[in-house]
Design a protein around this ligand. Structure first.
Ligand SMILES: NC(=O)c1ccc[n+]([C@@H]2O[C@H](COP(=O)([O-])OP(=O)(O)OC[C@H]3O[C@@H](n4cnc5c(N)ncnc54)[C@H](O)[C@@H]3O)[C@@H](O)[C@H]2O)c1
Length: 338
């Protein structure tokens, strides 16, 4: 059993903890945060399914006020684990890295950290081998994780020369009051970081694209234009996506009109918090135009990075030397791909 700790119990950390708890070959030792955040209050209300470790001593009185049982400090948690999933606010992971290094532990950081924080910039499908037995991994961001999943699916089958991507980016997660109550679009310079990140992970593909922030919270939408190395058809593309355990093909005709339909559907399925690990591709958007493949993807930003982060544990801990075997196990335990 690989012993895993989650540091930073926010949007991503809560979901990582749930995902790790489902893996039959991993043990979730506990989670850590700085104080009685709403997520920590909910953890207590649920009867402490996960042990809680206090990251900063300053939070002690506040936690006592909310009666949250504390199992120890962050160094206590780190010492009990083989690997830490750091999902703290962007930039904090770099500080925490010193502690993980001090105890000779492995760690996986999330997209908000600088890429230089880790030995390897990681994606479970596209570069599993690069993560094998490496101490520090950094996972791709939510958009990049979903984008690479789709592009890698096609690249394996036919080879992709280049991609051009347009991202309509949700401006905040649900409940992010600190981002303000906005009603405006904001445009980023070209290329967006997701295109640059894709080239870091998949250096044989050229990529560029635009990004527009939009004031919605339920999912990003990416339009992808990909140039394949050989001729293909819409049917082949749809079949490849359908066969991928982490990609769900949906149809506008069936009522999946946009990002909010997918969120409602996930809630109706009874998925915790309305989470979806899968990216969704709309069938009716898959087109081959003048030799180029076009499709539109929904990225459920709060849950999409969970499977690939768990792949990262498998790689860093050398649990499986074969990437295909590793992603299959993660998928099986997360019940992905039927
Ligand atoms: N929210 C998303 O959609 C999303 C998607 C993919 C990746 N990410 C990345 O995941 C990481 C976490 O983002 P998030 O959205 O979960 O943020 P969040 O604000 O919801 O959670 C971060 C948590 O870390 C805690 N924290 C802060 N300092 C800490 C410390 N010193 N020790 C322990 N805990 C500490 C905070 O109290 C908070 O609970 C970031 O790198 C982000 O870029 C976020």
């Amino acid at each position: 059993m690989v012993r895993v700790g989650v540091v930073g119990y926010g949007v991503i950390g809560q979901r990582l903890a749930d995902g790790v708890a489902l893996q039959k070959d991993m043990e979730l030792i506990g989670v850590s945060d700085v104080g009685p955040t709403l997520a920590v209050q909910a953890l207590k209300e649920k009867g402490m399914p996960y042990d809680f470790y206090l990251a900063l001593p300053e939070g002690e009185n506040e936690l006592a006020r909310y009666d949250v049982p504390v199992s120890g400090s962050l160094p206590d948690l780190v010492q009990k684990c083989d690997i830490i999933l750091d999902a703290t606010s962007a930039g904090v992971g770099e500080q925490n890295k010193k502690l993980y290094a001090e105890y000779g532990k492995r760690a996986i950081f999330q997209g908000g950290e600088k890429t230089s924080v880790a030995d390897v910039f990681f994606h479970g499908y596209a570069n599993y081998d690069a993560g094998l037995d490496r101490q520090f991994l950094k996972l791709t961001s939510c958009n990049t994780t979903g984008l690479i999943r789709a592009v890698d699916c096609l690249h394996r089958a036919m080879g992709i020369e280049n991609v051009i991507i347009t991202i309509v980016r949700r401006v905040a997660d649900p409940g992010d009051y600190h981002r303000g109550l906005t009603n405006a679009l904001e445009v980023e310079p070209v290329p967006n970081h997701q295109a640059e990140d894709l080239m870091l992970i998949m250096p044989d593909i050229k990529a560029t694209g635009t990004l527009v922030h939009t004031p919605v919270t339920h999912g990003h939408v990416i339009t992808v234009i990909a140039k394949p190395k050989r001729e293909t058809t819409k049917q082949e593309i749809v079949d490849l996506f359908r066969a991928h355990p982490r990609i769900k093909v949906v149809r506008i005709e069936d009522g999946f009109l946009g990002n909010a339909s997918l969120f409602r559907y996930a809630r109706d399925l009874g998925n915790p918090r309305g989470d979806m690990y899968e990216i969704a591709v709309w069938d009716e958007t898959v087109t081959v135009f003048e030799g180029q493949i076009i499709f539109v993807v929904n990225i459920p930003q709060e849950a999409v990075v969970i499977p690939e982060t768990i792949d990262g544990i498998r790689a860093s801990m050398s649990m499986q030397s074969d990437g295909d075997e590793a992603v299959c196990l993660t998928n099986r335990y997360l019940k992905l791909g039927g």
